[in-house]
Design a protein around this ligand. Structure first.
Ligand code: MCA
Ligand code: AMP
Length: 505
């Protein structure tokens, strides 16, 4: 039995001694070396009695080793569950308990903090550091470099990725081998990736963008990546001349444009700049073209669906739009109240269907039923319209989410923490425009009558339980929250009122 994802991503180029990763210090990892490490890791996991379908959670720094762990999971049929390195112990505990993960791999420096998770019944704690050391690597050292790849069906789960929810509880999006593979193949073809491509990889590898879009597309094409631990302006400027493609969130592009050292000369050998995860302002698109001569290709995706639409490689890359549905993806615009198609050109909610669309939320059938229709269309929660000539515009969101620097933040999760603090009657969390992150988090607090809330203590409580990127940039005390006749907080009014807090009006 074959393993379609492994065979296509890793199998084809596995024996090659050509570079796969060029690391920060210039060291090169070939395709063959990379797969040797993956096979050793797969042996360790199998000997630890992990079986196909079991979940492995990883909260590890970005490194070639971390990526090999992903490959090991694909090869051994284990479901890979990558976690943001910023998540706190509270957040992590939920993911491990909810997913029933049998193994958590973390950085050695986190082992003490995560000991309580390691004590949960049936959970093993292993360590993997960015230099390749740790308990996983220690066990891998004596393992063989070939591993009998476990057969998988396209409908089998390959990954579980948690996305936050409007109710505050994160949901595990179940992604199958077929979801990942179909999207990878379509993207590689649409964006003309081949073995000569060198992708400058500066995104985290715990999300769809950095892991599945950037990495899978490079792998299937047999290309290579300059694999940097994070986005660092100076390093990007230094490495761009050696690359052919870059994938980034809009913050990356605005930061590049704000750097005087970012010149057209550096981009001479680049063939493609891609943006996604958050809206790219038409102004950024225009500035980028003016500075470099390159037109950024914007695409649109979600954790639950991988990529849905893309601007064309050939043809007009239209600023302010996310292009056309990818081949095999159907996109419709519906009336949120009735679920019926709106008239052509009108605004409505975006729904998508195709082989890219996930299988549902892990052990949450009612949430799955609310968003994934029986006919296969997934209700994205994004609001958009389709132009006469087919270009898709995203004009807003029907879901209460803030996108900050490409990370999705659900206000409810923060409100639940704020509401618990002494002296807080209620709270509202909104996203407001921010020059660097696109949007940032603002917390509004209504105090208990006659109480002067201690904002520092409240901020401290949020910091203890929530990842740094979710912390409100500012907390403000207000007398009351505006409500409609149904009693619902009118966040649109709040967003309007505070829209100039971090950017000039
Ligand atoms: C860092 N901080 C942030 C963010 N990143 N706060 C809010 N939002 C953020 N995105 C915090 C830091 O902890 C730090 O806190 C302070 O803000 C300033 O950090 P700075 O050094 O400026 O940030 P950075 O480390 O340079 O990171 C910014 C970044 C990074 C490069 C934009 O956030 C990033 O790599 N974003 C990409 C996210 C991504 O890959 N999203 C794809 C999701 P302090 O000052 O206290 O230390 S997948 C997806 O959305 C779908 C599927 C799709 O379509 O792709
Ligand atoms: P996530 O839940 O982290 O997978 O983020 C998915 C969301 O990011 C989508 O539902 C959109 O709201 C947003 N998104 C992704 N790409 C784009 C884009 N090119 N333009 C606007 N929003 C985007």
């Amino acid at each position: 039995m074959s393993n379609p994802l492994y065979d296509q991503l890793f199998g084809k180029h596995g024996g090659q001694t050509t570079p796969f990763l060029v690391l920060e210090d210039g060291a090169v990892v070939t395709h063959a070396d990379f797969l040797d490490v993956a096979a050793r890791f797969a042996h360790v996991l199998t000997r630890a009695e992990m079986s196909p379908g079991d979940r492995l959670a990883a909260q590890v720094e970005k490194s070639s080793w971390a990526l090999a762990l992903y490959a090991a999971c694909v090869q051994s049929g284990i479901v890979f569950l990558p976690l943001n390195t910023a998540y706190t112990v509270d957040e992590l505990t939920y993911f491990i308990e909810d997913s029933g993960a049998r193994t958590l791999v973390c950085d050695a420096s986190r082992k003490g903090a995560l000991a309580a998770i390691g004590d949960l019944p049936g959970v093993r704690l292993e360590t993997l550091n960015p230099d390749g050391s740790g308990s996983l690597a220690d066990q891998a050292e004596s393992m063989p470099t070939d591993y009998p790849t476990i057969g998988r069906e396209e409908s089998d789960l390959a990954a579980l990725l948690y996305t936050s929810g409007t109710t505050g509880r994160s949901k595990g999006a179940m992604l199958t081998q077929g979801n990942l593979l179909s999207n990878t193949l379509i993207l590689a073809e649409s964006w003309r990736f081949d073995a000569r491509d060198v992708l400058l990889h500066v995104l985290p590898i715990f999300h769809t963008h950095g892991l599945f879009v950037a990495t899978n597309v490079t792998l299937v094409a047999g290309g290579s990546m300059i694999f940097l631990p994070r986005f660092d302006l100076d390093q990007v400027i230094a490495r761009l001349p050696d690359a052919t493609t870059l994938m980034g969130v809009p913050t990356l592009y605005t930061r590049l444009l704000d750097a005087p050292g970012f010149t057209a000369d550096l981009t001479r050998d680049m063939r493609l700049f891609i943006s996604g995860s958050a809206p790219l302002l038409a102004e950024t698109h225009a500035r980028f073209e003016k500075r470099t001569g390159h037109r950024i290709l914007e695409r649109y995706g979600m954790t639950e669906t991988n990529m849905n639409t893309s601007n064309p490689y050939d043809g007009e890359r239209r600023a302010g739009t996310v292009g056309f549905p990818l081949p095999g993806v159907e996109l419709r615009i519906t009336d949120p109240a009735t679920g019926e198609d709106v008239a052509a050109g009108n605004v409505g909610q975006i729904e998508v269907r195709g082989p890219n669309v996930f299988k549902g939320y892990w052990q949450m059938p009612e949430k799955t039923a609310a968003e994934l229709r029986p006919n296969g269309f997934f209700i994205t929660g994004d609001i958009g319209r389709v132009e006469e000539d087919g270009y898709v515009h995203i004009v807003g969101r029907n879901k209460d989410v803030i996108i900050s620097g490409g990370y999705n933040i659900y206000p409810k999760e923060i409100e639940l923490v704020l509401d618990e603090q002494p002296g807080v009657l209620e709270s509202a969390v909104i996203g407001v425009p921010h020059a660097d992150f696109g949007e940032t988090v603002l917390g509004l607090i209504v105090p208990d009558p006659d109480v002067d809330p201690d904002l520092e203590t409240i901020a401290g409580a949020a910091a203890a339980s929530l990842a740094r990127f979710k912390h409100p940039r500012k907390l403000l005390v207000v007398d009351e929250l505006p409500r409609n006749t149904m009693g619902k907080v009118q966040k649109n009014l709040l967003r309007e009122k505070y829209k100039s807090l971090f950017v000039p009006a």
